[in-house]
Design a protein around this ligand. Sequence first.
Ligand code: SF4
Ligand code: SF4
Length: 106
Amino acid sequence: MTETKTGEAQQESRPAENQAEEQTPKEQASESKPEKEKEKKSASDNPLTIFYHWCKACNICIALCPHDVFIPDRDGKPIVEHPRKCTQCSICWMHCPDLAIVSNED
Ligand code: SF4
Ligand code: SF4
């Protein structure tokens, strides 16, 4: 029984080892790089959540943002066009009359 289990365990681990051997360092680097970029992107690309069904397109947030983070969409609702410029100053969500903006920061 013990031998069989050991044998099975070895067989199971082989494909993973083979996969690792087949990957060149360049391939491994190219796989990990997008993940890092994705992490960076998700943190900086979503500084805010906008609840569009609450937004009445008053444009207050767009007008008050000191860093021009927003641009209006065709209905006048804010799009976070320059997420990296957001400093989390809170002006937009503090002044939104419909409480339609929430920070994504902790
Ligand atoms: S938190 Fe401040 S910088 Fe960020 S979008 Fe709102 S008003 Fe602009
Ligand atoms: S301040 Fe609020 S209601 Fe006005 S446009 Fe911005 S998100 Fe919409």
